[in-house]
Design a binder for this molecule. Structure first.
Ligand SMILES: [Fe+2]
Ligand SMILES: [Fe+2]
Length: 244
């Protein structure tokens, strides 16, 4: 079994509250047996270099840790987190990482200075090429913005704006699952015939319109959590969600 600890949206900003919520999750992960840790964006709240120093300090595990940017991140300081040789600079931050038997294609869905997501022509072309390379093990595509509406009046202003372009690229590719963040909800659905698994927001939770409403957009009282994705060859991907 190959296990991914999938975290998202810690929004570290130097505050004790953000740090404590992330530590509830990271300490649990360190006590678990996983193959890789994946964090799907909004690592820093303002994209400041000093916030990435804190992110690097908090996201220390004895297994490989993969990160991709969210709309709250800023590409160049974010690159300080990358541990693999990084020959590019600035925006976008697209990466391919092999960890054990699994390949992770980490897509930058962000638009500099904006909160919505958009996949540029260059990123789509890169993704198309990357996904044509054969892999023996599971193949995960991860990005911050999920490619569907949440049916939430505020969050949907910040959705991925060209999901159809992504669907065309994913069609027929041997992708095991699409792993996402951004909407601060544990969510599962399908997209382009593929499983989608969204990790809950560590910093906060966004309640949906059919739930009891909070005064502000985000509920800071809901427990932080994470997803564990357990892959076994020839079986559908298993995902369990933990609130901590
Ligand atoms: Fe976020
Ligand atoms: Fe986000």
């Amino acid at each position: 079994m190959y296990v991914i600890a999938h975290l998202s949206d810690p929004h570290l900003d130097g505050s004790e509250q953000a740090r404590d919520r992330l530590r509830r999750v990271t300490s649990y992960v360190r006590s678990s047996t996983v193959d890789v840790v994946l964090v799907t964006g909004d690592l820093a709240d303002h994209g400041l270099p000093e916030e990435y120093v804190e992110v690097a300090r908090e996201l220390t595990f004895d297994v490989p840790t993969l990160v991709l940017p969210g709309n709250h991140d800023v590409s160049q300081p974010f690159r300080a987190l990358l541990t693999e040789p990084d020959h590019a600079s600035g925006h976008p931050v697209n990466q391919v990482r092999d960890v054990g038997q699994a390949r992770f294609v980490l897509v930058d869905s962000t638009v500099e200075g904006k909160d919505h997501g958009y996949l540029s022509d260059d990123t789509l072309a890169w993704l198309e090429t990357t996904l044509t390379h054969a892999v023996d093990g599971p193949l995960f595509v991860a990005m911050h913005h999920p490619p569907f509406e949440l049916h939430h009046p505020v969050m949907d202003q910040w959705k991925l704006e060209n999901p159809d372009d992504l669907a065309k690229v994913l069609e027929g590719k041997p992708v095991t699952a699409l792993l996402t963040g951004h909407v601060h909800n544990a969510i599962t659905t399908t997209f382009a015939g593929l499983p989608v698994r969204g990790a809950p927001g560590i910093r906060s939770t966004v309640r949906l319109p059919f739930e009891p409403q909070t005064e502000s957009l985000v509920d800071l009282t809901a427990d932080p959590g994470l997803a564990f994705h357990a892959y076994t060859a020839e079986e559908p991907l298993h995902t369990v969600y933990r609130s901590l």
